[in-house]
Write a protein that binds this ligand. Sequence first.
Ligand code: ADP
Ligand code: MG
Length: 229
Amino acid sequence: MTEPLLRLTGVSRTYDDGVPVYALRETDVTIASGDFVTITGQSGSGKSTFLNVLGLLDRPTTGSYRVCGAETVRAPERLRVAVRGQLFGFVFQAFHLLAGRSVVDNVELGMLYGPHPPRVRRAMAAAAVERIGLSPRAHADPRTLSGGERQRVAIARAIAARPRVLFCDEPTGNLDSANTDNVLGLLAELNADGLTVVVVTHETAVAERGDRRLRVCDGVVEEVTGCPV
Ligand code: ADP
Ligand code: MG
């Protein structure tokens, strides 16, 4: 049997500021290459903690997390950073674009600390902007774009270095329904091209777009099978 792309086994994340908070409890989850996974749950249920652990932005308190078969929980930080940089891209609710810099510059800036020389970075940034359908606005200031277009630029920045997995935390939280559809359509297209997509959302309509749906309740992750969120 080949190793799945991502495999969490018995993973917990506890915050301890005097009173312990069990943000993620004894989690066993496998994500395969090509999955489109959505994660729902109420505010404070542990969604962001779960996503941050999956994205190697946060380290579990206990358990095992294998990425392409390699154990990461007790690995040195530099290895976790390398895996994250090579395999993962991130999109958040806030677009985090620099005003006064063009769309393509914003996308390129995401690769500033990566391995690619400037000329290659520029070509990869232009390709990512084309991929999200914003080439005609490549030299526009993000302030002149709609919310949906800004989030597509943030997605271009996240995919420019060609990650295997795109992690999105409430990517449509700042968007109206038309822009939400637009962004979800792009995520579905990228997934159809082979990108593994993991989306945290508190919106049922967004959750329903996943091929696989997970729900977090008080730090416990469960697979949703058929029933409404
Ligand atoms: P969600 O994204 O579903 O709203 P979070 O993963 O952000 O939930 O939080 C899960 C739980 O962990 C909450 O009770 C939250 O208060 C707690 N928590 C999150 N981050 C921290 C932190 N840095 N320190 C202490 N507690 C935290
Ligand atoms: Mg959250």
